[in-house]
Design a binder for this molecule. Structure first.
Ligand code: ATR
Length: 278
């Protein structure tokens, strides 16, 4: 019986167990995936004891994604560059860490609203942790220009320092003008999340062919996404990213590359609709 878990502090909100236990059952695998609350001061001991606990590895969520990076060996260059890990696994006596958020973003985008990222600029709202993974993914996918509008301009400039001149910081107040010619608009901020103010953006200049992506999934349909759909844009929500970022971890721990199905989407969506506010 193979075992994995998700760790965080707090952790009760995590929907990862629904996803991984769905796949374990779907593929008829002997396994178990649980939630484990781990306070910051116990993170080092927890990671050091994975093998002793019989764990193949774990997902890592708030607030441990950066701290855990320093406790594991980065599994790939992208993770080394990002300095964060959300998926930990054991190989050849080593404890490795990888970041699957960028991959989850790209896979979900291509599955739900395929678009040619090389064909024009992307516009990203926000420049925090999620934005960093998405910026790296967009650069790696050949996006020629990523216009970053963040309330704190300096953080957009830090992204440019990290990922090069494809990153173009723009004034937050001028966001609506940056939408011209864009192939993709992504919200990575918490604006629009349950309990937060809505994101207020005028989409008039966004080409109708552009995809609008919101990494939020509580609610499943933010005001941004509903506005985008009304205007005829293809729209993708953060639940899709959550599901696709889980694929790699499951494959690493349980040895099967799982499919994201409509049934799985509906199962987690039902939990979101009926569930907690975060
Ligand atoms: P995450 O890891 O989810 O990306 P984060 O690193 O705290 O979280 O980043 C949050 C992002 O949402 C930031 O871009 C933040 O803008 P600042 O860099 O200016 O803080 C953005 N954000 C949060 N609340 C906001 C608000 N009320 N208005 C505009 N942007 C906001």
């Amino acid at each position: 019986m193979k075992k994995a878990c998700v760790i965080g502090w707090p952790i009760s909100h995590s929907r990862s167990p629904i996803i991984h236990n769905y796949w374990l059952k779907h593929y008829g695998l002997q396994g178990e995936y649980t939630r484990v609350p781990v306070p910051p001061e116990q993170l080092g001991d927890f990671i050091a004891s994975l093998e002793r606990q019989g764990l193949e590895g774990c997902n890592v969520t708030i607030p441990h994604k950066e701290a855990v990076f320093r406790l594991v060996t980065p599994a790939d260059d992208m993770t080394r560059q990002l300095g964060v890990a959300n998926t930990i696994f054991r190989r050849d006596g080593m404890t490795l860490g990888t970041s699957t958020d960028g991959e989850g973003f790209l896979l979900s985008l291509m599955a739900e609203a395929p678009c040619d990222l090389g064909a024009g600029p992307a516009v990203m709202i926000g420049a925090g942790g999620a934005a960093t993974a998405i910026a790296a993914a967009l650069v790696s996918a050949g996006c020629p220009e990523i216009r970053v509008a963040n309330r704190t301009l300096e953080k957009s400039q830090l992204l440019r320092d990290r990922f090069g001149d494809a990153i173009r910081p723009v004034e937050y107040d001028s966001l609506q003008y940056a939408l011209k010619d864009a192939v993709l608009l992504v919200n990575t901020t918490s604006l629009g999340m349950a309990g937060c103010p809505d994101l207020d953006v005028n989409l008039d200049r966004l080409p109708e062919s552009a995809v609008v992506y919101d990494i939020i999934y509580v609610p499943l349909e933010t005001r941004l996404l509903s506005l985008a759909r009304q205007r005829g844009h293809r729209a993708v929500n953060g639940l899709s990213m959550l599901l696709y970022q889980a694929v790699r971890g499951f494959e690493l721990w349980f040895g099967v590359r799982p499919q994201v199905t409509q049934e799985l989407y509906e199962r987690v969506a039902a939990d979101v609709r009926g569930g907690l506010a975060t």
